[in-house]
Design a protein around this ligand. Structure first.
Ligand code: SF4
Length: 345
């Protein structure tokens, strides 16, 4: 297996140039050809001397490239990209269209180890982490397909804080102005609630946004739907969010999937208000998207709107996100539903 140049930031490429006795500015050629011009082999980076290109290959370097297997489009304009990584393993990204603005929802793992019961990805066989290059390459391939991207959300398949090093490197790669120059404030990292990862993210100095998939206002209920909650009690997760907010001074987003009869009662909206006290947050109420064999159903729109009104009256900025991309299984929580193998056990 080769060492992937696509996973390296510009500053890591500069270090590599020093190690290989190349010129420092060659790092810029490598970075822009790989990340912005989407070349597939070292040999295509013609501004580099041929001998140096040969040296890179001889030292074991290569460039990974995702294969686009399929692109599906929903009547509402949502697109789902199915990618295959070198050596196999398929995963998906979604592009949401809002007027002329596009947001890509990208993946960081093939499958997910967190097993949230309301999420199709959580029911699949986990097949491993994506590298920084593979995370960034989703954006390269989507842009190469003619879709201009304005925002990125790490909310596709996988838990970003369970693959944090690769996710951080991919953010630095995608934010670089010699690459796609996607502003850090246009990037959101979403987590199911891993306190140590939240604190580590705060310390990186990156200006990205943080979203917490909360989905329940109490430990008991969270245990029922999110196995990770047994490891990290709500108090610990919310303390980490408060600490994150103290160090970054940024508002956070709370994701709350509305599931009928489970977490959508007015009393639970009040409980949610109480548990978010002291956190400057924006709440997204997501209309639940089911998948084959899903044990849950979506709340009625009346319940969702009633729940939103209680949060708004309590001073929480709240928006409702209705289903998008339903006909192609591209809605939130549906990724992988129609593509990867179900769990063996
Ligand atoms: Fe993993 Fe996120 Fe799905 Fe939970 S909701 S199983 S963390 S992809």
């Amino acid at each position: 297996m080769y060492k992937d140049l696509k996973s390296l930031t510009l500053s890591q490429l500069k270090t590599l140039m020093t190690d290989l006795k190349g010129k420092s500015f060659w790092a810029g050629y490598l970075f822009s050809f790989i990340q912005a011009q989407n070349v597939r082999s070292i040999d295509e980076i013609t501004p580099l001397p041929k001998t140096f290109r040969q040296q890179l290959v001889a030292t074991g370097y290569g460039i990974s490239c995702l294969k686009t297997i399929e692109v599906l489009t929903d009547p509402d304009g949502t697109q789902k990209f199915l990618f295959e990584r070198d050596g196999g393993g398929r995963f998906e990204s979604v592009v949401l269209k809002d007027g002329d603005r596009h947001t890509a929802c990208i993946s960081c793992q093939v499958g997910c180890r967190m097993g949230c019961r309301f999420c199709a990805t959580g029911q699949l066989q986990y097949q491993g982490n994506l590298s920084a290059g593979e995370v960034a390459d989703q954006v390269n391939q989507i842009i190469a397909a003619g879709v201009p991207l304005h925002n990125l959300v790490y909310m596709g398949m996988g838990e970003p804080l369970d693959n944090l090093d690769a996710v951080l490197n991919s953010i630095r790669i995608l934010n670089d102005n010699q690459g796609h120059n996607i502003g850090q404030r246009h990037i959101t990292v979403s987590t199911c609630g891993i306190p140590s990862g939240i604190l580590e993210l705060a310390q990186t100095g990156l200006q990205v946004r943080l979203a917490l998939s909360l989905h329940a206002p109490s430990d008991n209920l969270r245990h029922e739907i999110m196995p990770i909650a047994q490891r990290y009690p709500l108090r610990e997760v919310l303390d980490a969010m408060r600490q994150y907010q103290r160090s970054t001074k940024r508002r956070v987003t709370i994701e709350y999937c509305m599931i009928e009869g489970l977490n959508d009662a007015p009393a639970q909206a009040k409980e949610l208000l109480a548990c978010l006290k002291g956190i400057r947050a924006h709440v997204n109420l997501i209309e639940y998207n089911d998948f084959p064999n899903s044990p849950f159903e979506a709340s009625s729109r009346d319940s969702i709107e009633g729940f939103a009104r209680i949060l708004q009256a309590g001073g929480l900025e709240t928006v409702v996100r209705y289903k998008r991309g339903r006909t192609i299984n591209a809605a939130c929580g549906q990724l992988g539903a129609d593509r990867l193998q179900p769990k063996q056990d």
